[in-house]
Design a protein around this ligand. Structure first.
Ligand code: UT7
Length: 390
């Protein structure tokens, strides 16, 4: 079993496995769209958007950028920080509502591009709660002993499923990706508890009618007459739901982790609306300064928002060793999810091996392209040979 180089902290029982975050990374598209730019083609304005949501700008993917390319960039960064090789990964999960395809999964594309050929890969659909769901799945697999290392990514290109004529939704969302590497350790800590919940009765409050929808088969319009493949939302209802479940589920996750609310050093919530975070902070009686908030810069990036906020919190040195962090997501489904993590950043054993690993990673990324092409080419040749023989 993989362990961290943290002398004096090993669990004497030694058989208990813990899942620690050992790497993190994020990526956003190059293009920024400000509220003023948005106001040029939608009937809205910066004052309204900022006052109602706290958003000033968002990143929008260009033609050459996609959910998978953003996920890949975030994944490379996370592997760099973790200082492990893609071939060390046993599992890749991408939480997304805007997958590259229905299948193959975005996770399989990332697996191929990274040359992570020892890893299983799948996408997970739980809307804006998806990253916490995925992290919980990976942590459980690590703790159960079925895997040692997992790459968990939240990645979205929301701009591709927005109805740009619907001012009640298109002003809120943006594109981006965030990733973490989770690794097994006998050092206590890491993911302590999770609470996952769903209320399908609220499914019609926030949705993207898609291929399998019964309504979609009847006509070109989706459920409730909304446009196929475009998001719609009953904003006010979702707002009320969100303020309720954020506080409830963080409290439940704290109870499961046997941690007091007052022991939480930082809450990293899904970045949907600053007003939701303010209401949740009041309900939890936690000072708003303990809530990570970057919605102003990125808008709502759905499953990507929590890992992006986590990366920024680390960069701003808002997370220290042994801190208790609460992650909380909420959104379509309806779904919501909370998680308590006790942070324990491992120290790389030798700087020398880091340099070596960096070179080995870059070689693996280059090999990945050739490996993928040669496998496709071999498959085509084999199929031609079979055709010729029959
Ligand atoms: O990530 C998934 C989870 N999603 C969320 O958590 C989103 C939750 N909901 C929200 O954040 C808020 O409900 C919104 C930001 C979407 C809307 O804020 P609101 O305070 O609930 O506004 P509203 O929808 O009640 O609209 C108020 C007014 C309406 O005009 P009237 O009927 O009062 O004359 C709207 O037509 O604002 C109007 N309006 C706008 N005005 C300018 C709606 N959208 C816009 C706009 N610009 N973009």
């Amino acid at each position: 079993m993989a362990t961290f180089e943290k002398s004096g902290k090993a669990d004497p029982a030694a058989t208990v496995r813990h899942a620690h975050v050992i790497g993190w990374g994020m990526a956003v598209p190059e293009t920024v769209m400000t509220n003023d730019e948005l106001s040029a083609f939608v009937e809205t304005n910066d004052d309204w958007i900022y006052a109602r949501s706290g958003i000033r700008q968002r990143y929008i993917a260009s033609e050459g950028e996609s959910t998978a390319t953003l996920a890949y960039r975030a994944a490379q960064q996370a592997l760099e920080v973790a200082d492990i090789l893609p071939t060390d990964l046993d599992l890749i999960v991408v939480a997304t509502s805007t997958p590259e395809n229905i299948f193959p999964s975005t996770a399989s594309l990332v697996q191929d591009w990274l040359n992570a050929h020892e890893a299983g890969a799948f996408d997970l659909s739980a809307a804006c709660s998806g990253f916490v769901y995925a992290l919980n799945m990976a942590a459980d697999s690590i703790r159960a002993g079925s895997i040692d290392a997992a790459l968990v990514i939240g990645a979205e290109t929301m701009s591709r499923i927005l109805d740009w004529q619907d001012r009640s939704t298109c002003i809120l969302f943006g594109d981006g990706a965030g990733a973490v590497v989770l690794q097994a350790s006998d050092v206590p800590g890491g993911v302590l508890s999770s609470v996952l919940r769903s209320d399908g009765a609220g499914g019609d409050l926030l949705a993207i009618p898609s291929v399998g929808s019964i309504d979609a088969n009847r006509s070109r319009a989706g459920a409730n007459g909304n446009k196929l493949y475009k998001m719609y939302m009953a904003g006010g209802e979702v707002f009320k739901f969100a303020t309720r479940v954020v506080s409830e589920s963080v409290e439940q996750a704290c109870q499961l982790a046997e941690v007091n609310i007052s022991d939480i050093n930082l809450v990293i919530p899904h970045q949907a609306n600053l007003r939701i975070l303010q209401a949740a902070a009041r309900k939890l009686d936690i000072d708003i300064s303990k809530f990570m908030n970057n919605v102003e810069q990125y808008g709502n990036t759905s499953a990507a928002s929590i890992p992006i906020a986590l990366c920024e919190a680390i960069e701003q040195k808002r997370i220290q060793d042994q801190d208790h962090i609460a992650l909380v997501g909420f959104g379509g489904g309806l779904t919501w999810a909370s998680m308590i993590i006790r942070w324990g950043i491992p120290t790389p054993s030798q700087q020398q091996s880091s340099v070596l690993n960096r070179q080995r990673r870059h070689v693996q990324y280059r090999i990945a392209k050739w490996r993928s092409r040669s496998r496709r080419w071999r498959r085509r040749v084999n199929s031609k040979v079979r055709d010729f023989q029959s």
